[in-house]
Design a protein around this ligand. Structure first.
Ligand code: PMP
Length: 363
C-alpha cells in the first residue's frame, strides 16, 4: 500500500461526469447533454479564433485586458473589477480556494450545480445543502443553514439542472440575511437566456455590497464551451484576492480573441436567444402532451420527470439508440429525471418524436 494519501475530503469527491458526446463511439445526431449553445459559435468568433493561430507562439495577455474592456463595454462595467477565467468553473474554484478552508462550510441549494460541493471538498471544507421546495432555491431554508462556519454561499441563478430561478427580490433577501463575512457567489451562467422582468443577474447587487460576486460564461449562449472562457465581476478587494491566486496565463490567446468577437456579434447571440424562446416552450408543451413532466425552465435546457428511475433510465437508453444524447442527473439526486438541452428545431423535434415513440412503446 502506498504511504501517500491525499488531503482529507478529496476521496469523498464523486468525480464530475460530463455529458456524453458520442453514442457507442459514433457521432450523435444531437448532443443535448451539456447545455451548449444551440447555434454553435458566432462566425465572427470562429474567424477571430482562426486568425489567432498565427500568434500561437506568443503567451496570451495574462491580464486579458482587451477582453475585459470588451466585456466592460458590453455590460457597462468597470473592467478593473472583472477577471477572466478558463471557464467560470475556474473562477468558482478560485473563489472557494481563496475564501474557504478546512473546517469551513460552503452552503448551496439541494439541486444546485455539482461543482459547488466538489470545490468545497477539494479544500477540506464541508458542503452543506439546503432543501428545496418544488425544485427551486428556498431562501428561508438557505438562511436557516447558515452557521458561524459558513464562508461561502453559492447560488446558481438560473440553476442547472432544474432550470428554475429566484427573483431579484429573493436574491436580495438571501443576501440581507447573510453575515457580512460570508461571500455570496451568484453563478449566472445562463443569465443571457432569461427574459423575465423580475430577474437580475447580480450586477446591481455586486455594486451595492462588499461580499457579493457574479460569475458568467461564454460556454452557453456564445457557444464557446470548447475554448473555456468565463468571467467574474466583483468588488475591487475580492478581484485583488483572486488575481493573486490565479495562474498568470489562465485564459488562452485564442479564447481571448474569440470572446471579444463573440461579444461583437450581437445578432448571433440574439438568434440563439430567439431559438430558445421558440423551442423551449414548444418542447415543454410537446413533452407535457406525452404525459411527461418537464419542469418550468428559464435556461437553455429542461429537466424532465419520468416518474421512476427505471423509466428515466429506459428513456435515456431509448434516446441514445436514436442517436440523441440527454443527460442523466442521478448524481444530483434526481434519478427520475433527464436533463435535455434545447437544440435547434430539427434536434428538439427529433427528441420529441423519439420520446413519443418511447411513451407509445411503454404503454
Ligand atoms: N455554472 C453552472 C450553473 C453551469 O451549469 C456550468 C456549466 N455546466 C458552469 C457554471 C460552468 O461553465 P463553464 O466552466 O463552461 O463556464
Amino acid at each position: 500500500m502506498s504511504a501517500l494519501s491525499p488531503r482529507p475530503g478529496i476521496m469523498k469527491i464523486a468525480p464530475y461526469v460530463p455529458g456524453k458526446d458520442s453514442v457507442d463511439g459514433k457521432e450523435p445526431i444531437a448532443k443535448l447533454s451539456s447545455n451548449e449553445g444551440a447555434l454553435g459559435p458566432s462566425p465572427k468568433a470562429m474567424a477571430a479564433y482562426a486568425k489567432a493561430a498565427a500568434e500561437l507562439h506568443r503567451y496570451p495577455d495574462g491580464a486579458a485586458e482587451k477582453l475585459r474592456l470588451a466585456i466592460g463595454r458590453h455590460h457597462g462595467l468597470d473592467a478593473a473589477r472583472i477577471i477572466c477565467g478558463a471557464g467560470s468553473d475556474e473562477l468558482l474554484n478560485l473563489l472557494v480556494r481563496a475564501y474557504c478552508g478546512p473546517g469551513d462550510e460552503l452552503l448551496y441549494s439541494q439541486y444546485g450545480f455539482l461543482m459547488y460541493p466538489i470545490n468545497a471538498l477539494g479544500v477540506g471544507a464541508t458542503p452543506v445543502a439546503a432543501p428545496e421546495q418544488d425544485y427551486r432555491t428556498d431562501v428561508e431554508a438557505m438562511l436557516s443553514k447558515v452557521t458561524n462556519k459558513t464562508r461561502i454561499v453559492c447560488l446558481a441563478n438560473p440553476n442547472n439542472p432544474t432550470g428554475s430561478y429566484i427573483t431579484k427580490d429573493d436574491v436580495r433577501r438571501l443576501h440581507a440575511g447573510l453575515p457580512k463575512n460570508v461571500l455570496l457567489v451568484i453563478d449566472a451562467a445562463y443569465a443571457e437566456y432569461v427574459t423575465r422582468n423580475d430577474y437580475e443577474a447580480g450586477i446591481e447587487l455586486v455594486d451595492q455590497a462588499e461580499n457579493v460576486v457574479m460569475t458568467r460564461t461564454f460556454s452557453k449562449i456564445y457557444g464557446l464551451g470548447g475554448l473555456r472562457l468565463g468571467w467574474m465581476y466583483g468588488p475591487a478587494g475580492i478581484v485583488d484576492v483572486i488575481n493573486r491566486l490565479r495562474q498568470p496565463f489562465n485564459v488562452n490567446l485564442a479564447a481571448q480573441a474569440a470572446g471579444i468577437a463573440a461579444l461583437d456579434d450581437i445578432a448571433h447571440a440574439d438568434a440563439s436567444r430567439t431559438n430558445n424562446d421558440v423551442w423551449l416552450p414548444w418542447f415543454s408543451a410537446a413533452l407535457s402532451k406525452l404525459g411527461l413532466k418537464p419542469l418550468p425552465s428559464v435556461g437553455n435546457f429542461v429537466l424532465v420527470g419520468f416518474g421512476s428511475k427505471e423509466r428515466a433510465a429506459a428513456a435515456n437508453e431509448w434516446l441514445m439508440r436514436d442517436g440523441l444524447i440527454p443527460r442523466m442527473v442521478a448524481g444530483y439526486g434526481l434519478p427520475e429525471h433527464l436533463r435535455i438541452t434545447i437544440g435547434t428545431e430539427t434536434e428538439v423535434k427529433a427528441v420529441a418524436e423519439s420520446l413519443g415513440r418511447f411513451v407509445a412503446a411503454s404503454k
